[in-house]
Design a protein around this ligand. Structure first.
Ligand code: 5GP
Length: 208
């Protein structure tokens, strides 16, 4: 058999809205061989162009709360009035099969994952500059000053948590940002810990 066999790794990607997380994740997946992305459950309404079960699993509050009671989430959070969560089912199954998993979630959720899966890898995506982030926040639709201020506050709240992440990638150029995230994933897939080192030695001893 192959020299290395282990559980899939869990990659958690966060960053303020407008940093380009979604685009980066999609590209990383398209080229990844052994990596999948979890589809989150949410109580927020679908936006134009969003497809149920592809972008999110859109549910009502009752269904979401039922899954909370059944302990069915790896993490969940209230993001400005809507619930978002990562169901356990797919993610744990994939990891068991040795498939790596990407979660694109907010910082509250990411910190819950850190508690339950300390071996997760936490990546923060930053927009190229403060001006660019402001532009992206202001460009997002017909906004009142109030909702724009709220968006700015949300972005600042996310950025304030950057110290709890393992890696940061600045999305100044999409291609190079994708390359960096991929490099982080590749490096982490090659990371060795004591348990794995011992397992490798034992397998070589048995089979060589
Ligand atoms: P949006 O409504 O713009 O799609 O997402 C709002 C925020 O919720 C983003 O920061 C996104 O990363 C986060 N989010 C999406 N899915 C999940 C999830 O399953 N859990 C948590 N904690 N946050 C999520």
């Amino acid at each position: 058999g192959s020299a290395v066999e282990h559980e899939g790794k869990l990659f958690v990607i966060s960053g303020p809205s407008g940093a380009g997380k979604g685009t980066i994740c999609k590209e990383v997946l398209d080229e990844g061989r052994n990596i999948k992305m979890s589809v989150s459950m949410t109580t927020r309404a679908p936006r134009v162009g969003e497809i149920d079960k592809i972008h999110y699993n859109f549910v009502d509050r009752d269904s979401f709360e039922r899954l909370i009671e059944e302990d069915g989430f790896i993490e969940y959070a209230d993001v400005y009035g809507n619930l978002y969560g990562t169901p356990k089912k797919d993610v744990l199954g994939w990891m068991e099969q040795g498939i790596d998993v990407i979660l694109e979630i907010d910082v509250q959720g990411a910190m819950q994952v850190r508690q339950s899966y300390p071996s997760g890898i936490f990546i923060f995506i930053l927009p190229p500059s403060i001006e660019e982030l402001r532009k992206r926040i202001e460009a997002r639709g017909s906004e009142t000053r109030e909702t724009m201020a709220r968006r700015r506050g949300m972005a600042m709240e996310e950025i304030s948590s950057i110290g709890r992440y393992d890696y940061r990638v600045i999305n100044d150029d999409l291609k190079s940002a994708i390359g960096k995230v991929r490099a982080i994933i590749t490096a982490e897939q090659c990371r060795l810990d004591a348990a794995e080192a011992e397992m490798i030695v034992n397998r070589y001893k048995e089979e060589l």
